[in-house]
Design a protein around this ligand. Structure first.
Ligand code: AYL
Length: 573
């Protein structure tokens, strides 16, 4: 009952190493091309760039500065709270060089959302440095206060200027990364972390957040090994199907990748950033996705490979203004993190006949990719592709039986890129990662003719713009509103975000009596008040698309919310 990859297994590295060693020092035969002198990272707006050598130098400078000025040691942590930036990669690699753990956060988080992450990370890996964009400095200082972390660990990624948001004089007192690097130049270079052979597969690199099957966001423990393997697996798959070509700056030949998906999310981090630079395919770094700026960058830098989330692909096929740009350079579009429908694939092919559009499926818990669709006509458009090399899978019935091809069940996946578990949460770890090494994905699907089809989600997770929204988080938050007595949040289809949260709300007695006297008007008032309550306090993509007031939330005798019933109720409407 185990499905193996059509592509078999590729050899994985023998040596125990950090991601830093893998990128900068792995043996030449392992590298796809000789990376020396090649451009790795380029800033879309300033045109500043780093070659392989400069990226390494910068990573070394940052490693020395963090060691010297913030006492960052093996097992300590660095938190990055910033949009994509030229120094994002080097900061990660500098910390990895020292054996420190990195946790990346969404820079648009408010202080409460960020404090949850800081607390979780700090409880196991002392936070010695928080690298912050000036726009997020105020939220950072507040989050530090809330989580009991010294704000002296805060380092500005760059100098605050007059355009920096909400700085109120605060960011001016904070040291910048450049200052820290400059004042530690004379210090000795600290010894590089050497991963012991016994820790080859377990040496921790990243703490990425995911809510898993249920509950609040948890820190997923991702070892260096998992990231290295997923990069090698993805690159190998691409080389059999649609290889990215290393860029030759003199000849102006080869592929260029757009780095607009956030590097704090595992997709941006592993697939966009690491898989690209490993192949010496330069990444043009954009701080965020703004449709026109994005299209202009693709045109100006002749970008050939776009890594996107499905709502961005939808925008490219639906919006008229897209036609104002010369996008003939694009030959490869890869969507991931949420389903890409067959209709969108068809519409894309009509508008961009020369480009291929594929998709990847995977999870934070698998350090990204489990299966990939290369955009060729060999795979059905509705499929999430084939298992990439070294991945094994099972489709499992609710009774735990492995199912044959074509039958629908939960997807379990096993491979070298599976994470180690959830930090400090053994129960959730045991529920998701079993003793045989299978990751229980919480996704429902089938494997037919070696192609994986994801048909539904068994876990409660909602995917808005490809980002995770944990219903439990919104439910806990909505319960803090005095008019809410009980609540259940589900995901519903949404034209812009792909999926969006909907709340079923049971109102408090006082609100109920207002409804009685005020009727529809009173309901509409609370509807907009609750929506505003969420948008005022949570990041934008978590906004409620809809609220429905009901008399009682359906529950099991043990009190578990019956989300399925509510989903059915919504579908019937
Ligand atoms: P997380 N089709 C359907 N659902 C998907 C897909 C897809 N192609 N990809 C991800 N999901 C859902 O940790 C699914 O429910 O993703 C899965 O369990 O934020 C959940 O999203 C995981 O959410 C790539 C590029 C994978 C990106 C990704 C997503 C990685 C992190 C492969 O090539």
């Amino acid at each position: 009952g185990i499905y193996t990859s059509t592509y078999g297994s590729i050899p994985l590295p023998e040596q125990a190493q950090t991601i830093y060693d893998f990128l900068f020092e792995s043996s030449p035969q392992q590298q796809v091309v000789d990376p020396r002198g090649r451009t790795w990272l380029l800033d879309a707006h300033s045109n500043r760039s780093y070659t392989f050598e400069q990226a390494r130098e910068r990573a070394d400078d940052i490693a020395r500065a963090l060691h010297e000025k913030r006492d960052l040691r093996e097992g300590d942590s660095l938190v990055i709270f910033a949009p994509n930036d030229l120094d994002y990669g080097p900061a990660l690699w500098g910390a990895f060089r020292q054996g420190a753990v990195v946790s990346c956060a969404n820079p648009a988080y408010n202080a409460d959302e960020f404090a949850h992450q800081l607390r979780t990370v700090h409880s196991h890996h002392p936070i010695k440095a928080i690298l912050v964009h000036p726009d997020a400095a105020v939220a950072t200082v507040q989050a530090c206060e809330k989580s009991g972390i010294s704000s002296s660990s805060v380092i500005l990624l760059k100098k605050a200027d007059s355009s920096s948001k909400n700085v109120e004089g605060l960011a001016e007192g904070l040291v910048t990364l450049d200052e820290l690097v400059a004042t530690s130049r004379s210090a000795n270079m600290p010894a590089k972390c050497k991963v012991k052979q016994g820790e080859k597969k377990t040496k921790l690199a990243l703490l990425s957040f995911s809510s898993g099957t249920t509950g609040l966001p948890k820190a997923v423990c991702i070892p260096h090994w998992a990231v290295i393997c997923n990069v090698l697996q993805a690159v190998n798959f691409e080389h059999r199907t649609l290889p990215l070509e290393a860029y030759d700056a003199r000849e102006k030949k080869g592929d260029v990748v757009i780095g607009c998906l956030p590097f704090y999310h595992i997709y941006g981090l592993v697939v966009v950033l690491h898989s690209s630079v490993y192949q010496s395919t330069p990444v043009v770094v954009l701080p965020r996705f703004e449709p026109r700026a994005f299209l202009q960058t693709v045109q100006d830098h002749r970008i050939s490979a776009l890594f996107l989330v499905p709502p961005q692909v939808v925008l490219m096929v639906k919006q008229d203004f897209v036609k104002e740009y010369d996008l003939s350079c694009v030959r490869y579009v890869m969507a991931g993190a949420a389903p890409l429908t067959e209709e969108v694939v068809k519409a894309f092919k009509q508008r961009f006949p020369k480009a291929k559009v594929g998709q990847g499926y995977g999870m934070t818990e698998s350090s990204t990719i489990i299966s990939m669709h290369d955009g060729s006509d060999d795979f059905p458009g509705s499929s999430a592709g084939k298992l990439i090399p070294n991945i094994e899978a099972k489709i499992v019935s609710p009774e735990g039986k492995a199912l044959p091809p074509g039958e629908v069940g939960e997807l379990w996946s096993r491979g070298p890129s599976n994470a180690l578990g959830y930090l400090g949460n053994e129960k959730a770890t045991r529920e998701t990662f079993d003793e045989e090494g299978f990751l229980h994905t919480g996704d429902e699907g089938h494997i037919t003719n070696e192609c994986l089809f994801i048909v539904d989600r068994l876990k409660e997770l909602i995917k808005a713009n490809g980002f995770q929204v944990a219903p439990a988080e919104l439910e806990g938050f909505l319960l803090s509103h005095p008019d809410v007595q009980d609540v259940c949040v589900i995901g519903i289809p949404d034209e812009k975000r792909g999926e969006a949260p909907k709340a079923f709300v049971v109102v408090s007695p006082s609100a109920a009596s207002r409804f009685k006297s005020g009727g529809r008007q009173a309901e509409a008032k609370l509807d907009s008040e609750l929506k505003k309550y969420v948008t005022d306090n949570k990041i934008r993509y978590k906004a409620l698309a809809e609220i429905e007031f009901i008399d009682a939330i359906p529950k099991t005798p043990s009190g578990k919310l019956l989300r399925k019933d509510l989903r059915a109720m919504h579908a019937k409407k």
